[in-house]
Design a protein around this ligand. Structure first.
Ligand code: PLP
Length: 412
């Protein structure tokens, strides 16, 4: 497999931090979410076949094969390949005829909320558990009203949310249950692949995700009737050559994307392995640092280790999250604040639901502390060591770093 390493790194031994006037540790930016690249040979052969066949989209043979492989991999009855994760969410919500209000976390990528708002459904933001960063079932219960039609939960960072508790609430209160599994591809919940719970689970295969088809997504469901409806809806409602049974849209995946997906499935074990090696290296190097807590994956489950998430406790670290971020960015380490400041602080939600923040103390707390660090097959353990060295040095000189950052921490 082809590993694209960030080559231009410098030794950090005895080096001055860049934020304090030293040379940056990396000449080239080190990004979060650089795409994982599969073995190109299979992919390129498949592209030649697609060109020769002149069958580029509309449920062609490559998409069908990709769906079959996904169905077997996830151990689910139906997988429908879709052009991206956002349209996949919208299609699932629409096929279930959701309306009124749907309970969602605010601590997620904004597409989770947008997929509802876009079709006139109100996202009701619910608080999360401080440790899992996923929906807190007890708080979900408090947000249910007579207008609620569903819960849309997110397996954040690829760590499964409290599926059984949510299933119990949904069935007792007569609600639909969807999972945004955009981060959860290749992960298990109690030994079973994510993709088997609720009415349906939605994956994103965007370039920055663990497993990508350039752009792409999928809906996994064990509901035959729902699968049938989704297949019609993602193809303008066509049920035959000249016959339309539904209002529909264009949610189709192209043959080229499916070819990338098939190649990616063949390289999946390599992606997991390079992520896991980085994850272990980060754990080792960050373990002793005061004020830094790294999110752990449950080793008894299958995980994709795609997100290296740390929380900065300002009191113990001596630095705020944003000051540490500024120190990293000065070194060309383009770490990110995910999912800051939370969907409820973004428009249109901020204006429409100004009172939402009152129900979201944990979301606001977590969102102010999280940094996501670079990993993936483009990042090596040597890079990880340097990145952790920068964090360690910044924590050793909190006063100087804070002064150098001044009143304009990163991005503010
Ligand atoms: C990426 C992502 C989406 C959107 O998927 P796209 O394929 O980019 O449309 C939705 N939800 C979450 C949690 C995501 O991370």
């Amino acid at each position: 497999m082809m590993l694209v390493r960030s080559s231009h790194r410098r030794s950090t031994v005895g080096r001055q931090l860049a934020i304090l006037g030293g040379e940056p540790a990396f000449k080239e930016p080190v990004h979060v979410g650089r795409p994982n690249v599969p073995d190109p040979e299979g992919f390129l052969n498949s592209i030649s076949d697609i060109l020769e066949r002149r069958w580029f989209t509309n449920q062609g043979p490559v998409v069908r094969k990709f769906e079959d492989r996904l169905t077997a991999f996830l151990g689910v009855k139906h997988v429908i390949a879709i052009c991206n994760g956002t349209i996949a969410l919208e299609l699932a919500e629409r096929a279930l005829e959701l309306s009124g209000e749907v309970i969602v976390p605010s601590f997620t990528f904004v597409a989770t909320a947008h997929s509802l708002q876009w079709q006139g459904i109100r996202p009701v933001f619910c608080d999360i558990d401080p440790h899992s960063h996923c929906l807190d079932p007890a708080k979900v219960e408090q947000q249910i009203t007579e207008r609620t039609t569903a819960i849309l939960a997110v397996h954040l960072w690829g760590r499964p949310c409290q599926v059984e508790e949510l299933e119990e609430i949904a069935s007792r209160r007569g609600l639909h249950l969807l999972f945004d599994a955009a981060h959860g591809f290749g992960c298990t919940y109690r030994g079973r692949m994510i993709g088997n719970s609720g009415d349906a689970e939605i994956f994103s295969f965007h370039a920055t995700k663990f497993f990508n088809t350039f752009e792409g997504g999928a809906i996994a469901t064990n509901d035959d009737e729902l699968a049938q409806r989704l297949r019609l809806m993602k193809n303008f409602g066509f049920s035959g050559m000249d016959r339309v049974d539904h209002v529909g849209t264009n949610g189709k995946m192209s043959e080229v994307s499916a070819a990338m997906g098939l190649a990616g499935l063949d390289s999946l074990a390599d992606f997991v392995s390079s992520n896991r090696i980085n994850y272990m290296a980060y754990r080792r190097h960050l373990a002793e640092l005061n004020g830094i807590t790294m999110l752990q994956y449950d080793e008894s489950e299958r995980c994709n280790y795609q997100y290296i998430v740390i929380e900065v406790d300002e009191r113990d670290a001596g630095l705020t999250r944003d000051q540490l971020l500024a120190a990293l960015r000065a070194e060309n380490v383009l770490a990110r604040r995910y999912f800051w400041p939370g969907c409820h602080c973004m428009e249109p939600y901020r204006t429409l639901y100004p009172e939402a923040a009152r129900a979201l103390p944990v979301t606001e707390h977590v969102a102010s502390r999280v940094i996501v660090l670079p990993t993936g097959s483009a990042v090596g353990v040597e890079d990880v060591e340097i990145i952790c060295g920068i964090i360690r040095r910044a924590l050793e000189h909190p006063g100087a770093v804070a002064e150098a950052v001044g009143d304009a921490p990163y991005g503010v």
